[in-house]
Design a protein around this ligand. Sequence first.
Ligand code: CDP
Ligand code: CDP
Length: 228
Amino acid sequence: MKNGIQVAIDGPASAGKSTVAKLVAKRFKYVYCDTGAMYRVVTLAALEKGIAPDDTDQISRLAQQISISFAPGDPEQQVFLDGREVTTAIRQAEIDQNVSAVAAIPAVRREMTNQQRTIASQGGIVMDGRDIGTTVLPDAPVKIFMVATAYERARRRYVENKAKGIATASLADLQKEIELRDQKDSSRKVSPLVQAPDAVRLDTTDLTIDQVVDRISVIIKKTLNELR
Ligand code: CDP
Ligand code: CDP
């Protein structure tokens, strides 16, 4: 509490979690942790080594061997795999298509969850993902479940890809990929994407980024006052 509280932000693909989480962390001077990037790094490492996404034994071992790290960057936090920068590489369509299979492997989730809890143990943290409020940080005093319509989420990702120069599928195909990934993430056995009973549901379809950041900030301030 002295160094801040834990803020867990979960929700489906492209709901605005990481953009908003980063800004909230900046506002409160908390650490930001993008847990999706960690599963993406494991997926990239597997694909680079020619390991099939369904080879659970090899991928489980790989997840324990590789080193995943972050460094602050503006506008984007930098992501590293064994010291090599992979910030853009983990956003490729090939990673989008394979990450849910890798993230469904129980040993991979155990390893990532342990690493995420270590990162969160240092004080004020804003962590975004799929299972933060339910599994990684179940005692987080602030839990947000962020949603938006599938069309709006695909539209946002399309605009983002274009702006970043990332090769993008059509809007319709992006929506299909996002819906398929949500379905896989929600139906897996271990830590599925599901709203924690004590999370605040926030529909961002018609909200700007600043409006979402403001709403979450109000919730954090209220919680900080209650805990005082
Ligand atoms: O940015 P986007 O919403 O597309 O996805 P992400 O947050 O980068 O997460 C990529 C994938 O990692 C998700 O589709 C999940 O399969 C997995 N993931 C997970 O299983 N648990 C988390 N805490 C975070 C991500
Ligand atoms: O982390 P997640 O996959 O949930 O989403 P994101 O990568 O933060 O957001 C996807 C895109 O939507 C980004 O380009 C954001 O700038 C945009 N966005 C938006 O237009 N309006 C919001 N209220 C939130 C995000």
